[in-house]
Design a protein around this ligand. Structure first.
Ligand code: AMP
Ligand code: MG
Length: 500
């Protein structure tokens, strides 16, 4: 496995507070007296200045050792620690596993960041039906930090307890749901899909009842790392409330703090243009990854173009456009091959919301660019996964379409195709009869990377089909055996190294 990168400096931020009260409700986390760390993503943590510590550190403002008890006492005080109090000479926040649990299961504030968790307000279209009763119902924004690249990062939670938006729900996450989110995010990151990352999963030893898992089932609390949690549904709520003033503030927040753009004469139009490009790109990346998100509701679509909130996701075994992930998606609204259309529809809803503060014409013109941007991004994503360098829009589009035709006609397993074809080389043989056109087109392409990484000599590709997901979960459920999960994460990261 690749070494963790050189850690960034720990730089807490509180930008969300500038948006003001109408965007969130301060909340408290549920009490989790019994907590066991199951997954700690030190690779992602390093990028926000958090590193493992093997020794208890000093308590800020005292000379004694930093124990769990002293940290719990210190954390909720009116004066949160400043970053300077906590980080050592190397500027990082070093956490033992016990301290990690204090912050990521008990939600003691991170020094210098938000003093209290904030449940974010949003609405959304769920399977195209508008729902004004949602919002952060089992999660909250816990902290904001800056990453090594100077980007604002949110630490959001899942399963951290009830909020004003929990409705009938218990505010909890099942352990299986958390394990599935780890697998989805690790795999998507390796496949270069723009995704949230799972930072932490902690077993909370409660018994939950769910309709879609054998119950009682185990519980967990998760922390995810995302550039933001501003959703299309965040804009929709402001349109519903007819709060143009707050929407203008949100536009400014997204443009300046997330897109790093200086707002010009028409900020909402500039925002929409950038958002459409990102959303189209994400949909295209799903196609090349063979990924079916399952719940592409507008409350799950991030303005940053990061995929997040993984529920009933699946990877498609083959190029089957009707392949559906969610058992409750009876119409196949979010089936594999419909994800481009679903995201186009979602972008339209963002335009509808922005109509609160801008006229329709420029928004319509931008929305019409969606199909072309999706097609371009789909070709780029496919070429990247094939390990060849782009040649030009027309050539790349033709290659993309030929690959899709061959994959759909042959039902070649997607993982096998990408594994064998990496670098632009196709095997001979009957299995590949449908790929003659692809072979001819590929002969003009140059590899962007060779096949020297040992992964390319493996007998079988690293895949993530549902049977394997279930087997990894079964080992945990039946024997509390976390070995298969750890081994899979290592295998995925190795594949990611081979692809990058
Ligand atoms: P999702 O389908 O996970 O995006 O969730 C849709 C909405 O339902 C969001 O407002 C969630 O916060 C809420 N929700 C989902 N599960 C629960 C739960 N167990 N308890 C409370 N709220 C939940
Ligand atoms: Mg959601």
């Amino acid at each position: 496995m690749a070494e963790n990168p050189q850690p960034a400096r720990y730089r807490p931020r509180t930008d969300i507070l500038a948006l003001g009260d109408p965007f969130f409700d301060p909340v408290e986390a549920a009490a989790f007296p019994d907590a066991t760390l199951r997954y700690r993503n030190d690779r992602a943590a390093a990028q926000i200045g958090i590193t493992p510590s093997r020794h208890p550190g000093p308590v800020p403002g005292s000379t004694g050792p930093r124990t769990m008890a002293s940290e719990i006492e210190a954390a909720p005080s009116a004066e949160p620690w400043t970053a300077e109090q906590v980080r050592g000479d190397d500027g990082v926040l070093a956490l033992t596993d016990a301290e990690w649990i204090t912050h990521f299961a008990r939600f003691a504030a991170l020094p210098g960041s938000l003093p209290q968790p904030l449940a974010l307000r949003y609405h959304g279209h769920q399977f195209q039906h508008y729902n004004p009763d949602i919002g952060d119902g089992r999660g909250f924004l816990f902290a904001q930090l800056e990453d090594g690249a100077g980007r604002l990062m949110d630490l959001g939670t899942k399963g951290s307890g009830q909020t004003p938006y929990s409705r009938f729900g218990d505010g909890r996450l099942t352990l299986k749901g958390g394990v599935r989110e780890i697998l989805a995010t690790e795999m998507l990151e390796a496949l270069s899909v723009t995704t949230s990352r799972t930072l932490s999963l902690i077993d909370t030893h409660e018994q939950l009842v769910r309709g879609d898992e054998p119950s009682p089932t185990r519980s967990a609390v998760m922390v995810r790392l995302n550039h933001s949690h501003v959703r299309i549904g965040t804009f929709q709520r402001l349109a519903y409330e007819r709060d143009g003033e707050a929407m203008a503030r949100l536009v400014d927040y997204v443009l300046s703090r997330l897109y790093h753009r200086t707002p010009g004469a028409e900020p909402a139009v500039e925002l929409f243009d950038e958002a459409v490009g990102r959303i189209a790109t994400l949909a295209a990346q799903f196609m090349a990854a063979g990924f079916v998100h399952g719940v592409l509701n507008t409350d799950n679509i991030n303005l940053t173009g990061e995929s997040f909130d993984y529920g009933p996701w699946r990877f498609a075994p083959s190029w089957d456009t009707g392949f559906t992930a969610a058992y409750f998606d009876h119409q196949g609204l979010y089936a594999y091959g419909r994800q481009g259309d679903a995201m186009h529809w979602n972008a339209m809803q963002l335009a509808v919301a922005l109509r609160t503060i801008v006229p329709a014409e420029p928004l319509i013109a931008i929305l019409e660019t969606f199909p072309a941007r999706f097609a371009r991004a789909a070709a780029d994503a496919l070429l990247w996964r094939l390990g060849v360098s782009p040649r030009g829009e027309a050539e790349d589009g033709a290659l993309h379409d030929a690959v899709v035709r061959a994959l759909a006609a042959s039902r070649m397993p997607l993982d096998r195709f990408y594994h064998e074809a990496f670098g632009g080389w196709l095997p001979e043989g009957d299995d590949w009869a449908a790929f003659e056109e692809v072979r001819a087109l590929l002969s003009d392409y140059r590899p962007r990377k060779d096949r020297s990484h040992p992964y390319w000599s493996d007998a079988a590709p690293c895949s993530m089909l549902i049977d394997e997901v279930e087997a990894i979960w079964a080992a945990i459920a039946e024997r509390d055996d976390w070995g298969p999960l750890d081994a899979k994460v290592a295998a995925i990261r190795r594949m990611g190294d081979a692809l990058r």
